[in-house]
Design a binder for this molecule. Sequence first.
Ligand code: LER
Ligand code: MN
Length: 273
Amino acid sequence: MMKLALAIADTNALPSAFVVFRGIEESIRKAAALGYNGVELALKSADEINPESLRALLAETKMEISAISTGQVYAGLGLMMTSPNENEREQLRHIFHDMIDLAAEFSQMVNIGRVRGQIGNAPPAEAEARFIALAQELADYAAPKGVTLILEPVNRYEIDFVNSVKEGVALMEKVNRPNMQLMPDVFHMNIEDTEIGPVLEKYIKHISYIHFADSNRLAPGQGHTDFNDILAHLKKASYTGWVSVEILPKPEPDIAAKQAADFLTPLINEYNQ
Ligand code: LER
Ligand code: MN
């Protein structure tokens, strides 16, 4: 089964948090009403969530958490896995342990987005080695809890380390942990990869989660990305799992979330036939 999620955050998330809706309870209720199967939670730290009330709300709305995403750990706290500063990496270790513990109950997926860090002026091999060491450590912490870490290739205008899915695959081979996978975002792939559908199909064994946005980062259906072609390739590769809508909240959050659900729900229903 392919399932559809919407990226959301709490009301206190930074303006830069890349989500359609804010306010956890209200967002989950609205996403459920629009037909989404789940929500992706963008968090800065695990203590933004009260597990007991989230558990009750998910049971009531029949919604799931698709993944816990960590962009705010970079955007809000400036922490990077490539950092040469051991103190920063130690802070990250604790934040990720708490996120992984939370994901053990909710979603079993923790995203590594821009928090993987920049290379900047560091020798690239050294920055990559620091990332790999911490990624392996976190994957080994997550494995007995049934949690997978999902690294998102992000375009060159936002980060200088792991822009394309192809580069992500090369890094995954070096990390070499079964619970460390990729989370391609078709918006970034449109900038960085040679093709979208065929590349997803080719590297499917490394792919556990996908972000959907159109070429202009509006709701799927509002730009020129060919979602029928992407879904045909995913189907050929027997992809099952989440696609998560991560788009600009434009022209209005409610309109954008509805446009995406209205466009994707029939395509996903057909995919699941
Ligand atoms: C996060 O999922 C993402 O796609 C980034 O572009 C946000 O800055
Ligand atoms: Mn994304």
